[in-house]
Design a protein around this ligand. Structure first.
Ligand SMILES: [Zn+2]
Length: 316
């Protein structure tokens, strides 16, 4: 049986006119200093990004033909963006999910990862209509529709935690599910965690952080990364989830930055702090190393910088 950490998001429901897409692309060029019509520099990897190897049998990219999304494709898709009135991520513990200590840790990680306020709340049971007695699982899509119906006014999006096993459409079992247009995602611990009566291991806690952050990124309109190792790589199994890094590759991070507008250096420092506090020291070191490399690259003058400096220098 194939299990998939599926992030399904509706592209068909968000078709834009070319005019709207072009206007947003123009805005992005202005924000990031891209030349009109030029190849976006943001497609370049961040320092330390690792190219994905050719997919092997059984890996996500072997099963699904995904190519990722360019920056301008992302901008033209009119992604979800916070506003002053609507900028809170609601982390909802659906009835049955009772590990509130771990939920608080997820809240802390999400707040750093997305540089947005995250509010932890308890929610109702997954709707009874979502339960399929034949499959003996819950329809994740129905849970997302219910989340959307009860979305608080100031909610940018809702991310739910459930202990119920889920399916979605033809996927017989999913770890998580996200619908961009519903501004909602849900992650199940039914298959991501072991014995519920035992204390959670560090691996299980980190796994939940990664699964929720992955699905929230889908709500922000990010597709699976197909070029570099990334939190947004599609995953087929728990071992895939555990192997995936906790960071976003350069192109994916720039897309999220466009949506949220965070300061990359400040965000990295907050994530390092959160990971240290949550006892994920190796992952904190990875983030810190990537930050050092990024700072080194930023400090290294390019040929264009040299030319600009020469033009500014007084001539005698
Ligand atoms: Zn996904």
């Amino acid at each position: 049986m194939r299990y998939a950490a599926a992030g399904v998001f509706l592209l068909a429901g968000c078709m834009l006119t070319w005019t709207a897409g072009a206007a947003q692309a123009q805005e992005a060029r202005a924000v990031f200093g891209l030349k009109s019509g030029g190849v976006p520099i943001v497609e370049r990897p961040a320092p330390g990004d690792v190219r994905l190897a050719y997919p092997q049998a059984g890996e996500w990219l072997d099963a699904y033909e995904e190519t990722g999304m360019t920056f301008l494709e992302y901008v033209s898709s009119d992604p979800l963006r916070p506003s002053p009135e609507r900028r809170t991520i609601y982390l909802v513990c659906l009835e049955g999910f009772e590990d509130f200590q771990t939920a608080r840790e997820v809240r802390r990680f999400l707040a750093a990862f997305f540089s947005l306020p995250v509010r932890l709340v308890t929610g109702p049971r997954p709707p009874a209509a979502a339960y399929d007695p034949e499959r003996r699982r819950y329809d994740g899509d129905e849970i997302l529709f219910a989340l959307n119906r009860h979305m608080p006014d100031d909610a940018l999006l809702c991310a739910a935690l459930t202990d119920k096993d889920m399916f979605s459409g033809r996927l017989s079992a999913v770890f998580g599910l996200a619908y961009r247009d519903l501004r909602a995602c849900v992650v199940s611990t039914a298959r991501a965690w072991g014995d519920p009566s035992q204390a959670r291991s560090d691996d299980e806690r980190l796994r939940l952080d990664k699964l929720v952050a992955h699905e929230v990124c889908h709500v922000f309109g990010l597709a699976h990364s197909a070029g570099y190792r990334c939190l947004m790589n599609g995953t087929m199994s728990l071992s895939d989830v555990d192997r995936a890094p906790v960071y976003l590759c350069g192109p994916a991070r720039r897309q999220l930055q466009y949506s949220i507008g965070f300061d990359p250096g400040l965000r990295d420092r907050r994530i390092v702090q959160a990971l240290r506090t949550l006892d994920h020291a190796p992952e904190a070191r990875v983030f810190a190393t990537r930050r050092v490399r990024a700072d080194r690259v930023a400090a290294r003058p390019t040929r264009a910088d040299d030319l600009l400096a020469a033009r500014r220098s007084p001539r005698w």
